[in-house]
Design a protein around this ligand. Structure first.
Ligand SMILES: Cc1cc2nc3c(=O)[nH]c(=O)nc-3n(C[C@H](O)[C@H](O)[C@H](O)COP(=O)(O)OP(=O)(O)OC[C@H]3O[C@@H](n4cnc5c(N)ncnc54)[C@H](O)[C@@H]3O)c2cc1C
Length: 238
């Protein structure tokens, strides 16, 4: 498509708006058509009472890619992103509760008070997740290849992905092949004995989907989300 060409984007949700932003940055002339009188789609902020604004649909942000936030200069436009730490509070009916922090060692220490074995496993789990999430993160950044006529860039990306996968080592490559199609309940049970920890981590595999913890492929959802934030419980930004 020649530069300077007009591009019509139908729908001013966050995906339409960000697409229009990058099109404009790339030298095109985007025109966003929105049927409502406010833009934002599911990420809209509305006045629900004079002077009071809130997000009226989506309640948390993200995961928002850091490079996209940087390109958009969100902070410059008076958009403050809050990243609470602890990220997640997990209460249980028996009165025990857990806090999950950004810091893996701190969380592992809190978990160890409930189960020493799970405390140790938490650090291992976080490490394994970080390793495989890096592969998914790289895949999420590239343009899908032209299968019939791959370009030089497609081949280069394929090479980089292959090299990344190979770098995981035999055991982790085998894990990756096994984990992807798995039910997330089975995945977390490979690591943890405590139901509260299993449930808190597995939630990320079903959140916002029509899947349950025993659905095949729910681990793939968790791994894809970890591509944007490799912390085991994910992001809780507002
Ligand atoms: C109940 C609920 C809660 C959610 N909570 C969260 C959350 O907490 N965190 C999170 O990250 N995600 C959440 N999501 C998911 C998130 O809202 C969506 O992934 C996101 O809104 C998709 O963005 P989008 O820009 O693709 O589409 P949308 O946000 O759906 O935007 C589409 C836009 O297009 C407009 N439009 C549609 N048709 C036309 C047309 N023919 N002409 C012109 N305009 C049109 C619509 O008015 C709308 O503004 C939630 C979703 C739901 C349903």
């Amino acid at each position: 498509m020649p530069l300077g060409q007009k591009v019509v984007v139908i729908g001013g949700g966050h995906n339409g708006l960000i697409t229009a932003f990058y099109l404009a940055k790339g030298g095109f002339k985007p025109l966003v058509l929105e049927s409502r009188d406010v833009v934002g789609g599911g990420a809209v902020t509305e006045e629900f009472h004079p002077g009071f604004h809130a997000s009226t649909l989506a309640h948390t942000l993200g995961p928002l890619r850091a490079d996209v936030a940087r390109d958009l200069q969100v902070e410059k436009f008076d958009c403050q992103i809050f990243q609470p730490d602890p990220r997640v509070f997990s209460p249980s009916p028996d009165g025990r509760a857990l806090l999950f922090y950004s810091d893996v060692a701190k969380t592992a220490g809190a978990i160890a008070r409930i189960s020493a074995k799970d405390g140790e496993k938490y650090a291992q789990f976080a490490g394994a997740l970080e390793e495989v999430a890096a592969i998914f993160a790289q895949l999420c950044l590239i343009t899908p290849p032209a299968i019939d006529k791959p370009t030089t860039e497609d081949l280069w990306n394929l090479f980089k992905t292959g090299r990344g996968v190979r770098g995981l080592g035999k055991k982790r490559i085998f894990d990756l092949l096994r984990w992807g199609p798995m039910a997330v309940a089975d995945y977390v049970a490979e690591f943890f004995e405590t139901e509260l920890i299993r449930a808190t981590i597995a939630a990320r595999g079903i959140f916002g989907t029509a899947l349950g913890p025993w659905s095949a492929g729910s681990t793939a959802v968790l791994l894809l989300r970890a591509a944007a934030d490799a912390n085991p419980v994910g992001t809780a930004a507002f």
